[in-house]
Write a new protein. Structure first.
Ligand code: SF4
Ligand code: SF4
Length: 506
């Protein structure tokens, strides 16, 4: 791949703390087998969950598959995103077969152009959350194990036939969640010195340094025309960026799976993993491309945070019952009750996860054009895309409140499940924080309010940047959306919530 390094679009990281320079951690991260060393424990864990899920106790609250996948994984992922970065993708066990497939098929075809966007990722999230609710994945160790197996198979198959890590970049629902919310994380890949990139011949960070036969590349010639700096590619080299990002021009964590292949491939040791202000890229108007698919993905994911918790509270059971009652005539036509429940959930999720976010985004964009008289200057797409990054904090706050609630109340449940798996007598002495703990409510409130305030600040900055004196009117439009999301989340968190995958022993 031939690429130019433009200083105009790059970010200078030289004053920031570079974690790849740290004495022990930095060496481990840059080590040729560093990623594998992180993946092996997670692969062992995935195998354990699959074995227990398929052949272990099928009671969700006593099986590591359901507790591990639906209580601990989700809680730990949001904590990692908030405190460090996309650590799960960095050590993702599903990418090991993917890496093997890539070695075997380095000449795979490019992912079809029509699918090189986030529409498939939005569909994947929609289907994932629908199936989660319809099939009660959280209550079935057996189905949870098959979800994990499907992930391995899909990742391997797509990588076998296509370049560009399409599974991570365009398909994986877990990865999509991580990639979106890593944009608020306090770390980002970047280069140490842009001048080195400007004269770099091989651009190995994206092209890779792997070569079946050794080849020599010349980076620089001396005044006499003799090679002054060279480096070699050979079979010990590394693949370049799987998602085809070019680190000298990166301004966003969107699409970066933190694999650090670029750092291992760069022959000039010019890649860093820099600490940054959390959410810094969300305030950078040039960090994201102004595309409908990216904007609607981020906005829809914030709404999905509400509907995902929606299915666990009594008022929604009553709504589901009422809708199912309305569809009762379908029973006479031979529809099974579970199929009717599927139709009801499709209706609820179709409205809540797709129609509502799309309608709100278009409506708010249209209203913004009206109150600022900017219709001729800025298209609807440009306005919605400009405000989309502001949905990251409020969305992350909603997901964090929800996932941490389950994580903290079920944190101890994994111990008896593991004891049972390994043949010990399970001890249920500590399952997690009591439901009436004031700390739980406080943590949820901090997550929700923190996300809301950060979103409001970002929206205000965007409104003032785009509309100057009319910025207040534009800000008011988007603030109403965030207030509605916050109100819905607070109402939800105030409801008695069903404990999923965890039995309450009182
Ligand atoms: S391989 Fe290293 S020096 Fe070359 S462009 Fe990439 S980051 Fe810059
Ligand atoms: S830029 Fe590419 S190679 Fe580097 S960490 Fe991100 S995804 Fe991996």
């Amino acid at each position: 791949m031939a690429v130019n390094v433009s200083r105009r679009t790059t970010v200078n990281h030289t004053s920031r703390l570079d974690m790849l320079r740290l004495p022990v951690l930095g060496r481990l991260l840059r080590w040729r087998w560093g990623r594998l060393a992180m993946q092996i424990p997670l692969i062992a864990l995935a195998v354990l969950l699959i074995v227990d899920g398929l052949w272990g106790n099928q009671l969700a609250s006593r099986n590591t598959a359901t507790i591990g996948a639906w209580v601990h994984y989700r809680g730990l992922v949001v904590l990692a995103l908030l405190l460090a970065g996309n650590l799960f993708c960095m050590a993702c066990p599903f990418t090991l077969p993917r890496t093997l497939a890539k070695r075997w098929s380095s000449s795979g075809r490019r992912w079809p152009r029509v699918l090189r966007n986030k529409w498939l990722a939005i569909s994947g999230l929609f289907v994932f959350f629908f199936l989660y609710e319809w099939l009660d994945l959280w209550a079935s160790p057996w189905l949870t194990a098959w979800v994990i197996v499907t992930y391995f198979a899909a990742s391997f198959t797509l990588e076998l036939f296509f370049k560009e890590s399409p599974f991570c970049k365009y398909v994986c629902p877990l990865g999509t969640f991580n990639l979106v919310y890593a944009t608020a994380s306090p770390s980002q890949i970047g280069v140490r010195d842009h001048d080195i990139c400007a004269t770099c011949v091989g651009k190995e960070c994206v092209n890779g340094s792997y070569s079946p036969q050794p080849i020599m590349l010349v980076d620089r010639y001396d005044p006499a025309g003799r090679p002054a700096a060279t480096h070699e590619h050979n079979a010990r080299g590394t693949l370049g960026c799987g998602t085809l990002l070019f680190p000298p021009q990166m301004q966003s964590n969107l699409d970066c799976v933190f694999c650090l292949d670029c750092a291992r491939a760069c022959p000039h040791d010019n890649i860093g993993l820099f600490l940054r202000m959390p959410g810094r890229e969300l305030a950078n108007p040039h960090a994201w491309r102004k595309r409908w698919d990216v904007a609607l993905l981020v906005i829809a994911l914030a709404f999905m945070g509400i509907t995902n918790a929606f299915g666990m509270v009594p008022p929604v059971y009553r709504l589901i019952d009422a809708l199912a009652e309305g569809l009762r005539p379908l029973l006479a036509l031979g529809f099974a009750p579970q199929a009717i429940e599927g139709v009801v959930l499709l209706l609820i999720f179709g409205v809540g996860n797709l129609l509502l976010p799309a309608g709100v985004a278009l409506g708010a964009g249209w209203l913004t054009q009206r109150v600022t008289s900017s219709a001729g200057r800025l298209s609807l797409r440009e306005i919605v895309a400009a405000f989309a990054p502001a949905f990251v904090p409020v969305g992350l706050g909603i997901w964090t409140a929800h996932y941490l609630f389950h994580f903290l109340t079920g944190i101890g449940a994994i111990v008896p499940a593991l004891q049972e798996f390994f043949g010990f007598v399970p001890s249920y002495a500590f399952m997690g924080a009591p439901l009436d703990s004031p700390w739980l409510g406080l943590i949820e409130l901090v997550a929700l309010l923190g996300g809301f305030i950060a979103s409001a600040v970002l929206a205000q900055r965007t409104a003032l940047r785009l509309f100057r004196r009319q910025g207040t009117q534009a800000f008011a439009v988007w603030l109403m959306v965030f207030v509605a999301l916050l109100a819905a989340a607070l109402w939800l968190m105030d409801q008695p919530m069903e404990m999923r995958g965890v039995e309450l022993f009182s």
